[in-house]
Design a protein around this ligand. Sequence first.
Ligand code: GLC
Length: 452
Amino acid sequence: MRNTSDQKQRSPRRSGRNGVRVAAVAAAAAVTLAACSSGSTPTSTSPKQPTGSATSASITWSASPIAQVGIRAALIKAFEAAYPKIHVTLISAPTNTDTNRAQLVTQISGGSTSPDVFMGDVIWPAEFGAHGLAVPLSNYLPSSYWSKFAPGLVSGASYNGKVYGSPLFEDQGFLYYRKDLLAKAHLPVPKTWEQLKSESETLQKDGLVKYGFVWEGNSYEGLTCDFMEYLTSAGGKVVNSSYTKAEIDSPAALRALTFMRSLITSGVSPSAVTTFEEPQAMSVFDAGQAAFLRNWDYAWSNSQTPSDSKVVGKVGVAPLPTFAGQSYPGYSNIGGWNLYINPHSTHLAADLTFVKWMSSTTAQMILGKTYSEIPTVESVRKALAADPSAAPPIHVAAQTRLVPRPAGTPNYPKVSSAIYTNVNAALSGSTSPSAALAAAQSGINTALSGGL
Ligand code: GLC
């Protein structure tokens, strides 16, 4: 995720429903400021031709299914209705963001002209920008184009003063809970992680549900997202503000990781959670086997799709909990996906037409209204927020506190893998939380020595 510079929008961040502005912690501010320095929104751009006005072409679009396979086909259909002479062929990309990225890096660095356009994670701009793996879109699209996006998204999609990704949709972490089970046991929606754990134990002891809490614990990017949430809520951070030093080996991180491990040792989370990615966590919850789920906004639409879910009508959504003694709510990681163009594409004008159309109200409404993704275009976001029938995550997003991942460095993949491999080892019990954090600290320092 672009995360890097979601600063402007998030730190200090949006007003809650009660109108009180929620201040972001210093940790998040530090990381985002650093990101800002490497990824600020370009101020003076003289767009080159073509500006995205192709009339006919056939292009390929690589995109992962994310939550529901139907999203991509629905978008292509609506685009082709608006531009009947531009044909888009979908290339289905892997759901795992790391595998997706590795494939694209191999293809594009090998000079492949396909895909023309790719849906890529918000954490990719620094790496793809630094290595010439994506077209600097701000060379072609004027500042009037970029100004329609919600604050912070464009700077998060930038690296060294150029915008590489056109924001498509935003993801945030949410707490999904079983309304019916909490009501039966007369329990409130948990506001702290400790409360979530003890409520889970009660519900399990009473035989109301098999597992308390499911989340993403596999050794992959999604675990970095989950860990960032506990870490930031405990008051910790990953790197210093200038991206020169790891700061993950801290008492706050130890609190976060020790708690995560205790979810497994207590039986609140199944031990298989150390192999779960988003789809596995969602499917256990949607099968009615867990009281709580941590997942992104789109998990709402899955949980309310009768063919996928046994818990239709029984699910509530809240901001993530915090740790006892820290302010509520806890932090949600910023995820989401942008559109990028392959520098070897031979259809630049058509690519730009497609990319631009994805920020139209039609496209953004398909994403937001039908699939509970958070729109990136400010006017659409506001329209949905004012619509009581919009999916609950869209409304709860007004209360969340966001933390980006430290992706302002092209070496972010190595930073993240130092986090998730070591956190996963501690979760599965093959190493202690303190040894895992020491190893993560050293791995991150090695990754950072590669420079910004
Ligand atoms: C979601 C997020 C993305 C993140 C990924 C991790 O797809 O949008 O930013 O990297 O999950 O699994």
